[in-house]
Design a protein around this ligand. Structure first.
Ligand SMILES: Cc1cc2nc3c(=O)[nH]c(=O)nc-3n(C[C@H](O)[C@H](O)[C@H](O)COP(=O)(O)OP(=O)(O)OC[C@H]3O[C@@H](n4cnc5c(N)ncnc54)[C@H](O)[C@@H]3O)c2cc1C
Length: 327
């Protein structure tokens, strides 16, 4: 059966989110060229101009929905509009990015449309000649490949895992503008205030040493700092639990809700490799991981895998480097 896929584009502060372009890549990879249909949906305040640009840039037709309300996201209204739209469109697959907004409305949309909801999709793979969606489960230890039946699904992509769509197209502009009436909402968003992120040394450092929950005790952070000092220009980062424990500042957190980093060398100490961490560091030049678990997911993304207790390995490594230094 032919797939009819809709990709929902999100905009923020006048720009289309990169994660939405990644969701489009997922939809294209999950479609059979020349057989399946792809339409883009843009929800925005006065979306006409942006929808025109999106259609020309992508080469796909765009449905532009005016959400009014100064463009402020409202989960009730979004759900109402999208479920009305897709009920009338016979859309089988709906692809969107796993942003804060996307993760907020995707499960509700799937329920209203009686479709399954697949979150954290990282890639499209072929299994026994069927296109499948792949995602990490059990803290990233296992890659699950899921075949979606013809009735379709709501597919939520993990930001940072697909390449953003960037093909040159010479597509003509095809835009349909819709206004969808919705019932009065019980929730009214007043304002969106962006968090002022403090800049951290992570953005500039060619070497990042990151600590995860495997360091076990705050005192062991000293080991990580000593390891960082071995390199002339380095910075110390961490996984989210380490920041939640207040052992590090949030500006040092690497991952989907922290910083995205691309140092020449990323050294992960006691980090398991959950998808949310990986999406922030997977594009580092060279990745070395220290973990006592030989099956840790981070090893799937590492150039060098060290299966060792970090409290044994790090002091031995520092001692060896010290010995090798010219007197
Ligand atoms: C919406 C959302 C957003 C998130 N955003 C982020 C994010 O931005 N960044 C982030 O990091 N996480 C994020 N998370 C959390 C994420 O899912 C994981 O829980 C987290 O990354 C795990 O951190 P960890 O690897 O330090 O800890 P764990 O998963 O507990 O892993 C600890 C690892 O240390 C190893 N270990 C234990 N002892 C030793 C030892 N002595 N020597 C060596 N290795 C040892 C263990 O084998 C294990 O692999 C997010 C989660 C959600 C739901």
């Amino acid at each position: 059966m032919k797939k009819k896929t809709a990709v929902i584009f999100e905009s923020f502060q006048e720009n289309l989110r990169i994660a939405s372009w990644e969701a489009l890549t997922c939809a294209i990879e999950f479609s059979e060229d020349g057989v399946d249909e792809i339409t883009l949906v843009l929800m925005d305040d006065k979306p006409k101009t942006k929808a025109g640009e999106l259609s020309r840039q992508s080469g796909y037709p765009v449905i532009a929905i005016d959400i009014g309300n100064g463009g402020l996201y409202n989960s009730e209204r979004t759900l109402s509009m999208l479920s009305d739209l897709f009920r009338n469109q016979e859309t089988t697959h709906i692809c969107l990015a796993g942003t804060t907004q996307g993760l907020d409305y995707a499960p509700g949309l799937a329920t209203r449309l009686s479709k399954q909801c697949m979150t954290a999709v990282e890639s499209v793979v072929t299994e026994e000649q069927n296109l499948c969606l792949a995602r990490a489960i059990y803290g990233g230890k296992i890659m699950e490949k899921v075949r979606v039946d013809a009735s379709g699904a709501v597919i939520v992509t993990q930001p940072g895992t697909f390449k953003p769509f960037s093909e040159e197209t010479s597509g003509a502009e095809v835009v349909e503008c819709l206004t969808i009436d919705t019932p009065a909402e019980s929730i009214h968003n007043v304002k969106v205030k962006q968090v002022q992120k403090e800049s951290s040394a992570l953005a500039e450092a060619p070497v990042i040493i990151s600590a995860g929950r495997g360091i076990k005790e705050e005192e062991n952070l000293e080991l990580v700092q000593r390891l960082a000092a071995v390199f002339t220009k380095s910075a110390v980062g961490g996984s989210r639990p380490i920041c939640d424990l207040e052992w590090m500042e949030y500006k040092q957190q690497v991952g989907i809700t922290g910083a995205t980093v691309t140092p020449d060398l990323y050294l992960a100490c006691g980090i398991s490799g959950a998808a949310q961490h990986i999406s922030g560091m997977r594009n580092s030049g060279f990745i070395v991981s220290i973990n006592i678990d030989p099956k840790a997911a981070i090893f799937n993304y590492s150039d060098v895998c060290i299966v060792e207790d970090l409290t044994t390995f790090i002091p031995t490594f520092i001692e060896t480097v010290e010995k090798l230094k010219p007197a």
